[in-house]
Design a protein around this ligand. Structure first.
Ligand SMILES: Cc1ncc(COP(=O)(O)O)c(C=O)c1O
Length: 436
């Protein structure tokens, strides 16, 4: 389709034909994107610190991804993997099984969205353990389908008015150290939030009824909460002792986002099941559940699947992404980017009172904004204003957080130094304009 309309005209049409529930952060419209830069239909350029919510780790329209999509689309776009399978899905499954932590035999199931991957991880965990209950974490985000909305923690806007929710879902406090649920401080706390699981089995749900515990190694939408080193080893050990499967939801934190291929590697834990999506196929709708072969294979024939799952064009894009990771050493780029960002964000915290906390892993980094460093009153309006002023100046930023007061970085890991510096300069100006 040729681009014909300007921002205002498209926006008018959008207001008429797209429901307001499917909100967009901006009322300008994209014409093209490359690397870490997006152009709107009127020719304005934006440095992209959002990456389509963590989807564009290898950059927009990477030539290798574009070529893989074009090449596969010219061969065939769909036969349905359940009807007549094809090689790209098998090759990508092999690559993912090798790239995920743990040297034990693994298998990978492909579906379409992050939420669908989480749904399937839960199905598989229930089937394998013959147990019903699932434990999720406070501040968690796992998607917008009935089950994943039930696993999600924040009520507005994700759950409000959409109940009743799926049964047998329980939430435990997470290691949100800046606002500890137990009023403790690390390291004096001895990571009490992990040990709390044991009490939870007494008061909330019997361990022998729990199929799995699902957690994001670095919480995404919740606000980039990053547990201390002892947290996941402790949680995984308790799960193992009780026969509970540990599912790492790596949909936002995976695919190099934290400087390792999967964030859980920072904690040295090997999950039973891992959910992957977003940057897996550079914008093509593809997600996966990767897990121990015996667990994945516990489900009867035809118990899993879907019409579009393992779409050949999406899998070919995924294979291109995997090659780019190797050829361009994306993990080394991510680590270097993470170090630069951390240094600059620490400097920002020294300069701007409004920054209460800097946290994250590698380039998955965030600033929690507060009105007062003592009371930690969340500065949600200020976060919103910051996103808006930065956008006007050509920087696309994303906020997140249980209290809506966190600014996060999800830029392409391939961002150039020049683009990064331009973006950080706009961000610094924006923080200054908040006057705190
Ligand atoms: C950790 C996590 N899990 C699940 C999802 C849901 O993914 P999707 O929006 O593709 O359904 C997201 C999306 O942001 C996510 O960050």
């Amino acid at each position: 389709m040729d681009q014909v309309a300007g921002n205002e005209e498209i926006h008018k049409l959008r207001s008429q034909f797209i429901p307001q529930g499917h909100t967009s952060g901006q009322s300008r419209y994209v014409a093209s994107a490359g690397g870490a830069v997006i152009r709107d239909v009127e020719g304005r350029e934006y440095i992209d610190f959002a990456g389509g919510i963590g989807v564009m780790n290898v950059g927009h329209s990477h030539p290798k991804v574009v070529a893989a999509i074009q090449d596969q689309a010219a061969k065939f776009t769909h036969t349905c993997f359940m009807v007549f399978p094809y090689e790209p899905a098998v090759r990508l499954a092999e690559k993912l099984c090798r790239a995920t932590p743990g040297v034990f035999p693994k298998k990978a199931l492909f579906v379409n969205s992050g939420a669908e991957a989480v749904e399937n991880a839960v199905k598989i965990a229930r089937y394998a353990t013959k147990r019903a209950a699932i434990i999720a974490c406070e501040n968690a985000y796992h998607g917008r389908t009935l089950l994943t909305m039930s696993l999600t923690s924040k009520v507005k806007p994700y759950k409000f008015g959409f109940g009743p929710f799926a049964p047998e879902i329980y939430h435990v406090p997470y290691a949100y150290c800046y606002r500890c649920s137990f009023g403790l401080r690390y390291p004096g706390c001895s990571v009490a939030c992990a040990d709390y699981l044991k009490d939870f089995f007494i008061n909330h749900v019997a361990a022998e009824d729990v199929a799995a515990l699902i957690a994001e190694p670095v919480q995404g939408e919740g606000g980039f909460m990053t547990p201390p080193p002892e947290y996941f080893p402790k949680v995984a050990k308790i799960c193992k002792e009780k026969g509970i499967l540990f599912i790492a939801d790596e949909i936002q934190s995976g695919m190099g986002r934290t400087g390792k291929m999967f964030a859980i590697e920072h904690w040295g834990v090997e999950p039973d099941l891992i959910t992957v999506a977003k940057s897996l196929a550079a914008g093509m709708p593809l997600s996966a559940v990767v897990g121990r072969a015996e667990i994945m294979d516990s489900v009867h024939a035809s118990g899993l699947g879907g019409t579009y799952g393992a779409n050949p064009v999406a899998c070919s894009a995924g294979l291109a992404v995997m090659e780019i990771f190797e050829e361009e050493d994306i993990l080394a780029k991510a680590q270097a980017l993470g170090e630069k960002l951390r240094k600059r964000f620490d400097e920002f915290q020294g300069r701007f009172e409004i920054i209460g906390d800097v946290r994250g892993k590698g380039p998955m980094l965030a600033l929690e904004l507060v009105r007062d460093r003592e009371t930690k009153e969340p500065a949600a309006d200020e976060a919103k204003a910051l996103v808006k002023t930065c956008f006007e100046k050509g920087l696309l930023l994303l906020s997140c957080g249980t209290f809506g007061n966190v600014i996060r970085t999800l830029m392409p890991l391939t961002i150039t130094d020049g683009q990064l510096e331009r973006g950080l300069a706009i961000l610094a100006d924006g923080l200054k304009s908040l006057g705190r």
